[in-house]
Design a protein around this ligand. Structure first.
Ligand code: DX5
Ligand code: ZN
Length: 222
């Protein structure tokens, strides 16, 4: 069974020449490893893609939480599910039919996640919650690590939490961007139960210890 609160370190803040070491450093402490795929099109930045995910998967048993910041997710997302990703999240802004894509991902053996970027309103997506496993609220503008947490995004988190609870849905509510020891408690209070942290984990001397500290701040039992 999954813990009540998920901590998902983002390897975007790790040393890309030592990704296997980066995942080994969080084993036993992290619940998921968050992998930011950027295509220099949906976002200006460019990171890693499927071949790296396929190789890295063999280096660890930590479940992969793949965050696709790419255009045309219908074309590329299923490959990540087939590569054994636990959860594959695509952006609401990148697709016309999120429900169909979520179905495809589930059929390919992954959990399906829908991400909402900073400038996108949450209301039109609340009715899609029964069709996804993960709802990711960006607490920054997607594209780069190390940005400042935007507290006004927590209104979206509260709106999603209300709907999940009211309708008794099994959906993970994930926050991504600027999550650190000074922000994670606010996100948890707003109702998030999965927390991506790049800089706060890989910028620390001891990434596993940083994860334990973050988890304690969520107030969750772990
Ligand atoms: C940014 C990515 C984030 C990023 C977070 O678009 O989606 O996952 O790694 O980095 P921090 O935790 O440094 O804000
Ligand atoms: Zn991310």
């Amino acid at each position: 069974m999954e813990p009540s609160q998920i901590i998902a370190p983002s390897i975007l803040a790790a040393d890309f020449a030592r990704l296997a070491d980066a995942v080994h450093a969080i084993e036993g402490a992290a619940d998921w490893v968050h992998v930011d795929v950027m295509d220099n099109h949906f976002v200006p930045n460019l990171t890693i893609g499927l071949p790296v995910v396929q190789s890295l998967r063999k280096a660890t048993s930590i479940p992969f939480d793949v965050h696709l910041m790419i255009t045309d997710p219908e074309r590329w997302a299923p490959g990540y599910a087939e590569a054994g990703a636990y959860n594959v999240t695509f952006h609401a802004e990148a697709t016309d039919d999120p429900v169909a894509l979520a179905k495809t991902l589930r059929a390919a053996g992954a959990k399906a996640g829908l991400a909402i970027d900073r400038d996108t309103a949450i209301e039109p997506y609340l009715e899609l919650l029964p069709h996804v496993d993960t709802l990711l609220i960006m607490t920054i503008k997607a594209g780069f690590g190390g940005q400042k947490f935007l507290p006004e995004m927590l209104d979206k988190v509260r709106a999603v939490r209300r709907r999940i609870d009211a309708d008794n849905l099994e959906v993970r509510l994930e926050v991504d961007g600027g999550i650190a020891s000074d922000t994670i408690a606010r996100a948890a209070e707003a109702g998030a139960d999965a927390f991506v942290a790049g800089t706060a984990v890989y910028g620390a001397q001891d990434p596993a210890e940083a994860i334990r500290k973050l988890r304690a701040l969520t107030g969750g039992a772990g």
